[in-house]
Design a protein around this ligand. Structure first.
Ligand SMILES: [Zn+2]
Length: 206
């Protein structure tokens, strides 16, 4: 299976679905990541690119696409970005795409989400991942992935983003706490320290 994860910033795919990416890799799926920006003012772009490369290697990402799209152009709906994403997605031809939820108060995340929906409308399966610091209460999960065996890879990949580690939501205990809640609420099993990532299905053609 070929899957693509789209993130607005370096570290978005890891935080939202790093365990799921590692699980896809372990299953032999071909996972590619598209990063729309290199983070704008939140760090040195070259450092952030390097961090993203290291993190992708840990998760077994087959190809990392860095669009380096200007953050300043993401303050409103972008048909230009949708076209760029469409061209790339048509080339990759994945069966499934994951991206930001439109239920997010970060403007750049919602613009990317809308651009993916617009640009990848021919893809059969589209899911939104959860982003701990900016997904809103309107994100109501209806799909879960058990990542109990993949949490170490997820946390290791997050730790590669050294320029962002001062942020509260990058802390391993915070990442584990959310994943533990998601595992319990999904009734995935009886392991008290079980962990899961949650998603909202936008489209699922089987
Ligand atoms: Zn982000």
């Amino acid at each position: 299976m070929k899957v693509v994860s789209v993130g607005a910033h370096p570290d978005d795919p890891e935080l939202g679905m790093g365990g799921t990416i590692a699980k896809h890799t372990a299953r032999g799926d071909n996972t590619e990541v598209i990063l729309v920006t290199l983070g704008g003012v939140s760090g040195d772009p070259r450092q952030r690119e390097e961090e993203a490369q290291k993190s992708s290697q840990i998760l077994g990402v087959k190809k990392l696409h860095i669009l380096d799209y200007p953050v300043s152009k993401l303050n409103k709906r972008s048909t230009e970005l949708a076209k760029i994403i469409k061209k790339l997605v048509d080339e990759i031809n994945p069966q499934r795409i994951y991206t930001h939820s439109p239920f997010d108060f970060h403007q750049v995340h919602t613009t990317v989400s809308n651009s993916v929906l617009n640009g990848a409308k021919d893809v059969n399966q589209i899911l939104f991942y959860e982003y701990i610091s900016s997904t809103t209460q309107y994100f109501i999960p209806d799909a879960y992935v058990d990542i109990t065996s993949f949490i170490d890879l997820k946390i290791k990949s997050i730790k590669q983003h050294k320029s962002q580690l001062h942020r509260l939501y990058m802390r391993p205990n915070v990442v584990r706490s959310l994943a533990n809640v998601r595992y319990i609420e999904a009734k995935l099993g009886s392991d008290p320290s079980g962990l899961a990532e949650a998603f909202v299905i936008q489209k699922m053609i089987l």
